[in-house]
Design a binder for this molecule. Structure first.
Ligand SMILES: Nc1ncnc2c1ncn2[C@@H]1O[C@H](COP(=O)(O)OP(=O)(O)OP(=O)(O)O)[C@@H](O)[C@H]1O
Length: 346
């Protein structure tokens, strides 16, 4: 197979808002993930990242749009027809405390998908469990322990071992480190990176952690209240963020060199994230954008591709020049300062 592992096209997911209208969680989102590629999905809390992951996993039914896994449209496949494809994608959840069954020893937790997908006889399954334990840095003696007997980092290793046990082509990692102590986050990110490099699976890496995404992702997609507002190679997104929202988001990301960090100034955004039940007209970011103009308040910007990057770099902002030059958003100070922002354009 030579095409993308995953193709998400015009994905929409609405939830009823309990008599208060509709939550527009995901609006017209399209992207692909190639073989062996890691796509980082970033954006503030509530921007729709997890809903995209859950829709791909068919944990929620999309309102519209299509999802193709390994060339097969899975958007509306029945459970029975979905079963053989289920093996090809697995998810690692944010919270290893609640996502592992507390009553089952961890060896059994990791063996469960192998049994479900008829990996082999008992001995073959045992061998495979030992192998993924080893790959995920878990000692074999831990097999008989229960999740509550492990540390948070070990539990997340079990979640990863479980997801990778059947050798899926696609891993969806939804904030895999955000529930963990800062001290073990780097170890889990490094483990995922090593496994991805050695095993070659594709990955949708959903995160708030911009320093992690910088290391792990080949491409980065940025969401803002349900919409994809920028997508491109990680290097291009960090070097030349085009959309003012991406510029603001990245200005808050820790730099690998802390000396430079001290000198760097952040873009301070005023206002709040709009509610997904009442999306503003035009560009949803206009209510916080320091350089929004009249059209931004009325016209929905399309994602437009700009030349020159490592791979297609697209962004949705009317203020990007035709040649792809990003609009200049003036920077504030790193010190806690005013919540609003001096207007400035070049
Ligand atoms: N089952 C649901 N019913 C109603 N609204 C939902 C449901 N799931 C998510 N939402 C809403 O959809 C929007 C997007 O939520 P989602 O969890 O996908 O965002 P997110 O970017 O992953 O946030 P976080 O980073 O906090 O996990 C939010 O407004 C959320 O409240």
């Amino acid at each position: 197979m030579t095409g993308p592992v995953l193709e998400v096209t015009n994905l929409v997911k609405h939830f009823p808002a309990g008599g208060r209208g509709t939550v527009h969680a995901v609006n017209d989102v399209s992207f692909t993930i190639g073989q062996g590629e890691v796509l980082g999905l970033v954006g503030e809390s509530g921007s729709g990242k997890s809903t995209v992951g859950r829709a791909i996993m068919r944990l929620v039914d999309p309102t519209a749009g299509s999802i193709k896994l390994l060339g097969t449209d899975i958007t509306t496949l029945s459970r029975a027809r979905m079963r053989p494809l289920r093996r090809q994608m697995h998810m690692v959840f944010q919270d290893p405390y609640s996502s592992l069954n507390p009553r089952i020893p961890i060896g059994e937790i990791v063996a469960e998908p192998l049994r479900q997908h008829r990996w082999g006889d008992r001995r073959q399954i045992d061998r495979r469990v030992a192998e993924v334990f080893d790959q995920c840095g878990l000692r074999t003696e831990l097999r008989h322990r229960f999740p509550h007997e492990l540390s948070g980092g070990q539990r997340q290793r079990v979640g990863i071992a479980r997801a990778l046990s059947v050798n899926p082509k696609l891993l969806i990692a939804d904030e895999p480190t955000s529930a963990l102590d800062v001290s073990v986050r780097a170890a889990i990110i490094n483990l995922l990176m090593d496994l991805q490099r050695d095993l070659g699976f594709s990955c949708l890496f959903i995160t708030h952690d911009l320093s992690a995404v910088r290391f792990i992702a080949d491409r980065i997609a940025v969401m803002y209240v349900g919409r994809l507002v920028e997508i491109g190679a990680g290097r291009d997104i960090f070097a030349d963020p085009k959309m003012p929202y991406t510029q603001a988001l990245l200005s808050a990301a820790p730099l690998p060199n802390p000396r430079r960090q001290r000198r760097r100034e952040r873009i301070l955004l005023g206002g709040e994230l709009p509610s997904a039940t009442r999306l503003p007209p035009g560009c949803a970011f206009h209510t916080r954008c320091p350089i929004a103009v009249g059209e931004c308040r009325t016209e929905q910007p399309e994602l437009v591709s700009y030349p020159g990057g490592e791979s297609a770099h697209a962004a949705a902002c009317r203020l990007i020049a035709q040649d792809g030059t990003a609009p200049h958003v003036a920077r504030g100070s790193n010190r806690p300062g005013p919540r609003t922002f001096p207007l400035s354009t070049t």
